[in-house]
Design a binder for this molecule. Structure first.
Ligand SMILES: Nc1ncnc2c1ncn2[C@@H]1O[C@H](COP(=O)(O)OP(=O)(O)O)[C@@H](O)[C@H]1O
Ligand SMILES: [Mg+2]
Length: 487
């Protein structure tokens, strides 16, 4: 069946240009923001455009006409079709040029100027997949099937895991816009590929889904502890009552000593090292007594213990969800820092002890703030920086892009940007890839579950609007109702 054209390229204002065209739309045809359309420029040469904006030109409803009819009590006919001066036009940016050679379609950067009068068509799902560099529907079982092009359920968005996961993913948007739900979809898809994932779950939103997918939920302080020696100096200092400057110096000397010896130390060994450092620096009896008392409080810190054997755990479970809802800020930092350090060490390039994996962090602005005051910040940044080479893919989620370290979010390659307030858009500069201003400006009004998907030319070639698919597992992020509906 030959496809019907939906309109044609017109000469309008300064278009067509190399970058933009204007299309007249046949009566009754409508387009959506971000929709892909193709322009037949020559017999076997096409230009692929993306809808930026559209407008109805309708001089029958210029205010003075509308006013006049209103005053005279006349009915307007301007809503009817087929009026000679009423029509719709769509504005498109040109993304690709496609040359058709028999069955093959070669895509390359556009360098032809669209011809005025060329017919314009909707793209089929095959062209949609090719233009965005997605996986074709017949390979869905090997890809990350996250949803479909907004407004077109037939155009499935299936991401290539090899291109996406190692290069980190950012999920950003205001509260209640669909970030956690989307992470849940990714959790199902990553599970389908048998790739292990560790999830720092601050609100315990994924416990149910984890169980449904055969994973394990660990609770810090109960089923998950970290060894004292896997914590850094600021992490340990954060867990004990404040020390004086002198006490802190002694503590630091002891800590450096233990690190230099390169041993796994426990609390007793730390206390011995503190005694030795105290002796060396001539710390008075009372100083030493106080510092010992303070450091001994580590005994009651519930997250400190024997640690976890990641090799065993990851050989048994493909999802490890860490239910952090009962942790305070400092403990949260210590847990996240220790886990990140452990997996970096275990993914040693020469002899990795654990398989490649995904580490996902909710409320990422708490761990990598744009100020340097989170103790886990350094190691999480390192994980982002080295992850790609070590087979550790990060998924970072945040509703506060203003508060997150800019250089870290720039190191993410794939971004799923949900509805976000205008004032947060500024800090997302640099993550929009080739998304045009017209579409970025629509972000504050995106529906729940709809996002702007951006990447790089070799991952997601062009930014596109995606409706995230329905979950198969239970979404645990439902906000409790404050008012009972029952009286
Ligand atoms: N893709 C989606 N399809 C259907 N419902 C969704 C979708 N995304 C979000 N929702 C609904 O919106 C609610 C809030 O989404 P959630 O992901 O928890 O928001 P947040 O961005 O705060 O993490 C969910 O409880 C769910 O009901
Ligand atoms: Mg959430």
């Amino acid at each position: 069946m030959t496809q019907q054209s939906i309109g044609k390229i017109v000469y309008y204002e300064s278009t067509p240009s190399f970058g933009q065209v204007t299309s007249y739309l046949n009566p009754g045809e409508d387009v959506r923001p971000g929709e892909l359309l193709k322009i037949q420029n020559e017999e076997d040469k096409w230009l692929i455009g993306r809808v930026l904006e559209a407008t109805e030109i309708n001089p029958y409803e210029e205010p003075e006409h509308t006013n006049l009819r209103h005053l005279m009590g006349l009915q307007s006919q301007s809503m009817s079709e087929g009026l000679p001066r009423k029509f719709r036009v769509a504005f498109l940016d040109i993304l690709e040029e496609a040359e058709v050679d028999g069955q093959n379609v070669n895509l390359h950067e556009p360098h032809s100027l669209a011809k005025v009068g060329s017919p314009i068509f909707r793209v089929d799902t095959e062209m949609f997949t090719d233009v965005l560099n997605l996986m074709p529907p017949d390979q869905e079982k090997d890809g990350l099937s996250i949803g479909y092009a907004a407004g077109n359920q037939a155009a499935k968005v299936i991401l290539d895991p090899e291109k996406i996961l190692p290069r980190h993913t950012l999920i950003v948007g205001g509260t209640g816009t669909g970030k956690s739900y989307c992470r849940g979809v990714l959790m199902e898809e990553i599970r389908k590929l048998n790739l292990p994932q560790i999830n720092i779950d601050i609100h315990a939103e994924y416990n149910k889904a984890t169980e449904e997918l055969g994973g394990i939920v660990l609770v810090p302080g109960q089923s998950l502890t970290v060894p004292l020696s896997s914590l850094t100096e600021p992490e340990i200092l954060g867990l004990i009552p404040k020390l004086t400057e002198l006490q802190e110096d002694i503590f630091k000397a002891a800590y450096t000593d233990l690190r230099r010896r390169g041993i796994q130390f426990d609390l007793q060994e730390l206390l011995t090292a503190i005694d030795e450092a105290g002796e060396r620096s001539g710390g008075a009896g009372r100083t030493m007594h106080l510092i010992t008392r303070r450091v001994e409080t580590l005994r009651s810190v519930r997250i400190i213990g024997d640690g976890i054997n990641w090799k065993d755990t990851l050989s048994k479970y493909l999802i490890v969800n860490i239910d952090c809802r009962k942790l305070g800020y400092v403990e949260l930092q210590a847990i996240a820092g220790a886990i990140a350090r452990d997996i970096i060490r275990l993914r040693d390039v020469d002899s990795p002890q654990i398989p490649p994996l995904i580490l996902s962090i909710d409320e990422a602005h708490m761990f990598i703030p744009n100020t340097a005051d989170a103790s886990s910040s350094y190691v999480i940044r390192e994980t982002i920086r080295m992850g790609r080479h070590k087979g550790i893919g990060l998924i970072l989620m945040t509703q506060n892009p203003n508060d997150i370290d800019r250089s870290s979010i720039k190191l993410t390659n794939t971004r799923l940007i949900f509805s976000i307030e205008q004032d947060q858009l500024e800090s997302l500069k640099g993550v929009f890839a080739d998304a045009p201003k017209d579409i970025i400006n629509k972000l504050p009004k995106f529906e729940v579950g709809t996002c702007l998907l951006t990447g790089s030319r070799d991952s997601i070639r062009h930014s596109t609007i995606v409706k995230i698919r329905k979950r198969k597992t239970t979404h645990g992020g439902v906000t409790p109702k404050m008012l009972e509906t029952k009286r």
